[in-house]
Design a protein around this ligand. Structure first.
Ligand code: SF4
Length: 390
């Protein structure tokens, strides 16, 4: 296999059997006859994996890399991901070590993301000619992904149900004309995807600010805005306050509402270091995620032949939206234990000199009944007690 252009004839041919029928979709998309994609296949039921990563991760890495990028480009690209002289993985926001970077400083998800960015497949104007917009809309997102990278700027003209090619000059001319015709730069919104590379997003940000606006929403706003808005008033900063190195030094780690095996697979390496150092890991999650049960590190080929590393030692199967109740339960146990031990649990000096509103807060916790905590949280008092002990 080699890494030259692939013609568009390999594009999947599912459109022929799509039957667009419903007007509400037309109103939603403004495209006549557009129909949300029908679920072709039922749910895929099979026994769950009990171990995260391992040989399977290496298999998936090779499969996606060689299939989409070819052998040569796979090695060229994968040796550059998250390297100091390389580029940042566009998939998730897991940080890179400040000092030593491993030769394969990536995970299976990173490879899947980069493979679709660096795919040899090309979405050319001929493909847009083949499929009308309603036909395209009748397909699931993964269908677009498999069409490859767009090679030319495309435009949808008034009344047309096909995208048509437009020259770069005309495209920029049109965008420039629209922007200049605005009464204020703040009438423009420069949206971008969190999948855009850091480098491209930085240049795009410069463009928006040069134009005179800060309207730069991107999809990660959806993920991070709420946590930033919550953290800021409580601890005074809307971002993480720890470094990667802190994981291995921790005595206890609580992973709440997060599945590192899917969201940030390289986090499993840090959790493994922590677990090997005797750290107690608690998972508060409706699901007992494979990524928190046990892990085989693909960066340790020989140790992969042996037993996997057990990660979380305690699972709290919280009810969806039950997090606040469970956290209140843990704090109620801590407050009660602090009272039982004449103030031997809470950091009273820190509370007194660095916080405000503790009395009202403690009163609210005190007034919250255990029945309410257990029913809203979906977790037994015994399990809440175990988590509090840790
Ligand atoms: S953890 Fe994986 S997906 Fe996330 S940035 Fe690192 S390599 Fe990419």
């Amino acid at each position: 296999m080699d890494d030259d252009e692939r013609d568009e004839s390999n594009a999947p041919n599912q459109a022929d059997n799509a039957k667009p029928t419903d007007m509400s979709a037309h109103l939603a998309t403004g495209v006549p006859g557009a129909q949300p994609p029908l679920e072709q296949n039922g749910a895929d039921e099979r026994n769950r994996d009990r171990t995260a990563a391992g040989l399977h991760a290496i298999y998936e890495t090779a499969l996606f890399g060689f299939r989409d990028m070819g052998v040569k480009r796979s090695f060229q690209t994968l040796l550059k991901i998250n390297q100091k002289d390389g580029f940042d993985c566009p998939s998730c926001a897991w940080p890179d070590p400040d000092d030593h970077r491993k030769i394969a400083e990536f995970c299976e998800n990173g490879v899947k993301a980069v493979s679709s960015e660096a795919t040899r497949k090309r979405l050319t104007p001929e493909v847009f000619q083949r499929y009308s917009i309603p036909e395209m809309l009748s397909h699931p997102d993964v269908w677009y992904e498999e069409l490859g990278r767009i090679t030319h700027p495309m435009i949808r003209r008034q009344g047309s149900d096909h995208y048509q090619p437009i020259s770069w000059e005309d495209a920029f001319g049109l965008i420039g004309h629209e922007l200049r015709s605005l009464d204020s730069p703040d009438q423009a919104s420069f949206y971008t995807s969190g999948r855009a590379s850091n480098e491209a997003a930085f240049m795009y940000g410069l463009l928006a600010r040069q134009f005179g606006t800060n309207n730069l929403p991107d999809c990660s706003n959806m993920c991070h805005e709420s946590s930033g808005a919550g953290l800021n008033p409580v601890i005074g900063i809307g971002k993480a306050t720890v470094k990667i190195e802190d994981f291995a030094e921790a005595d206890a780690i609580f992973v709440i509402g997060q599945n590192p095996g899917t969201c940030h697979p390289r986090m499993l390496t840090e959790l493994q270091k922590a677990a090997r150092n005797g750290c107690k890991i608690v998972s508060i999650n409706p699901l007992k995620e494979t990524g928190l049960i046990q892990f085989k590190n693909p960066q340790e080929p020989l140790r992969m032949l042996g037993p996997a590393t057990k990660l979380a030692s305690l699972f709290l199967p919280v009810r969806v939206n039950g997090d606040i109740a469970v956290l209140k339960g843990i704090m109620k146990e801590m407050l009660e234990e602090d009272q039982r031990t004449n103030g031997n649990v809470l950091a009273h000096d820190f509370l007194e000199h660095n916080t405000e509103g503790f009395e009202e807060f403690a009163q609210d916790i005190g007034n919250t009944a255990w029945e309410e905590i257990v029913s809203n949280g979906g977790v037994s008092r015994a399990l809440i007690g175990d988590a509090t002990d840790l």
